[in-house]
Write a protein that binds this ligand. Sequence first.
Ligand SMILES: [Zn+2]
Length: 456
Amino acid sequence: MSPSEVIIGLEVHIQLKLNSKLFCSCSTVGEEEPNTRVCPICLGHPGTKPLLNKKAVDAAVRLGLALGSTINKKINFSRKQYFYPDLAKNYQITQYEIPVAISGSIVLSSGKIIDVARIHIEEDPAALTHTDSTSLIDYNRSGIPLIELVTKPVMNSPDEAREFLNTLLTIIGYLDIFDQNTGIMKADANISIAEKGFTRVEIKNILGFKEIERALSYELARQKAHPVVRETRSWDAVAGQTYSMRAKEQEEDYGYIFEPDIPPINISAEYLEELKKTVPELPSTKSERWVKEHKIDAADSKIIASELQLALLFEQLIQHHNPVLIAKWLRRELLRVLNLSGKTVADIKPDRLHELFALLESKTVTDKIGQKLIEELAKSDFSPRQRVEEQKLGVISDGEFIAKLCKDAIAQNPKAVSDYKAGEEKALHFLFGKVMASAKGKAKPDVIKQILKELL
Ligand SMILES: [Zn+2]
């Protein structure tokens, strides 16, 4: 099956990183006891009026600007009407006719452009929990501000959908409108294949970009193997499969009307100009610029640019150090030790890294000692320069001492010596390892190798 025989579109819901709800002043964070962060507005009491949180508009407009969208000059809110227990008002306030932004795009690493159809703001309904005999409703989530981003159906594989979401995640991280630790990013996907006449199936409730590829791959295989009807299915991440929810509803079923309690909002040119200044250089632009300006490895560059904190750290460090060295160490060593220790970039003081890289650059310490120091920095804060002095971790420049260690290693490992002489290169690595261990990682690798070869 060629890729163009699969068509995928996404609707992504992003929980905005805001302190208060979309239409009332209830908090979006804290107290996890159900139904404690509520008021008559988010409980949908009759007679209450919504008051729009302006910061949600800012966030949606900034995302639109970052993706090159057209921002509508006057935006409206609408009521999407349906009856369900998670919706006390019997309608959800969303945007339908005139969203914040239309069009825009995200470029994948292959260069393929994924077109965005629209970006709008809406409120989250309450959370329902079903048990065997009852259903519980938590209104803490009712009114949580969301952005919905809809793509055109232009993706042709589950892999492209995953990369799209991953890139979007990086961008909303740069804009600081999404909290990766507490925020929820959910996608609904529509997928259809040529051999079933592009009969559209919608999949709901795919949580996060890691699940998207799994859900779509499952659905693709299912559609190839079974008859396909137009319907809405739900993704069950635990079972790893989709199951049928209902026959596809048409948009008209919701009976949208303009929300009479929120007047249309004018988006002025001045306001747009102000917000434009707050949109940072995006990861893809950053990473391409670094490769061009600093000749760093493209893969390193992309990974460093994918996280804002890491990108800022990189830009700070290269003001004093060789960018190629910094890129290599941030990607290969810093990320490795952070992963191991469960820490983040913010847990290590930039000054400490600055000291460490100065030691490496001046070849005061070997890479091996550098690795040890960065591992320890991920555990506790200390001055690398002081530690190197106190524990005498500097490079051993005494050639005679290294020669002695080499002679010892040769005397103690006759088998490795004879193997090497019989042409086994591996035996040299073994001896090298022995010498490096007795030098406690403080000897220069090329010096050891040279002396060993001479002695052998
Ligand atoms: Zn409230």
